[in-house]
Design a protein around this ligand. Structure first.
Ligand code: PGA
Length: 256
């Protein structure tokens, strides 16, 4: 059985006050919720504070981050290494988010290298894949996702996906309120899993595939009712403790 994972991507949002308020609120709202892994990825600047708050509260919330560099040290101005993320307790690291692919020109190959480097350093990659609106309209969704995944599979072997998380995020659904329907998302998740199964049925069966893109408390249960949707990567709704906790609870209820 795959264990559901709901992760909050806070993007470039936060302040010391907001981070403490949100973590405290979330931890309280998630009290007693079992059967789902809940992770948060605050801006890297707040990892220290987040780690302190989580450990003080003895919280089960997993700490994550939004990006990583390809080196553990050296002359790489502005970058953050896996070793640094680990030192601050972050384990689940988002890579290949469409905002980084678009604004920082990150290629499939570059993202695949980050994937390998995270694994080498014992961290969990949360690999974002997904198509643009134009690609969607051209019927290229599955081919785009397969190409993004193949950048990892063809260089590291399908077994590299063991223990990693895939987040299917149609770009047109991110931050737009225009979420994919649960049926459409299920169809793509099943196709992604089938693509992996061509290389290994075992890996395909076990890998967690999250849906992301305008997930809200109102639509979350419909996604989690689908057999191939194992959780969510949440942006906007992850910035409100009650909303994010409601999404996590919906996953726990649907999957247990
Ligand atoms: P959203 O963002 O939930 O605000 O659409 C999702 C994401 O970018 O991971």
């Amino acid at each position: 059985m795959r264990h559901p994972v709901v992760m909050g991507n806070w993007k470039l949002n936060g302040s010391k006050e907001m981070v403490s308020g949100l973590i405290k609120g979330l931890d309280a709202a998630l009290n007693g919720v079992e059967g789902v892994d809940v992770a948060i990825a605050p801006p890297v600047m707040y990892l220290d504070l987040a780690e302190q708050l989580l450990s003080k509260a003895n919280s089960k919330i997993i700490l994550g981050s939004q990006n990583v560099d390809l080196h553990n040290n050296g002359a790489f101005t502005g970058d953050i290494s896996p070793a640094m993320l680990k030192e601050f307790g972050a384990s689940h690291i988002i890579i290949g988010h469409s905002e980084r692919r678009e604004y920082h020109n990150e290629s499939d190959e570059f993202v695949a290298q980050k994937f390998a480097f995270l694994k080498e350093n014992g961290l969990t990659p949360v690999l974002c894949i997904g198509e643009s609106e134009a690609q969607n309209e051209a019927g290229e969704t599955v081919a785009v996702c397969a190409r993004q995944l193949d950048a990892v599979i063809n260089t590291q072997g399908v077994e590299a996906l063991n223990g990693a998380i895939i987040a299917y995020e149609p770009i047109w659904a991110i931050g737009t309120g225009k979420a994919a329907t649960a049926d459409d998302a299920q169809r793509i998740h099943a196709a992604i899993r089938a693509h992996i199964a061509e290389k290994s049925e075992e890996v395909a069966k076990n890998v967690v595939i999250q849906y992301g893109g305008s997930v809200k408390p109102e639509n979350a249960a419909a996604y989690f009712a689908q057999p191939d949707i194992d959780g969510a990567l949440v942006g906007g709704a992850a910035l409100v403790a009650e909303s994010f906790a409601a999404i996590a609870k919906a996953a726990a209820e649907a999957k247990n």
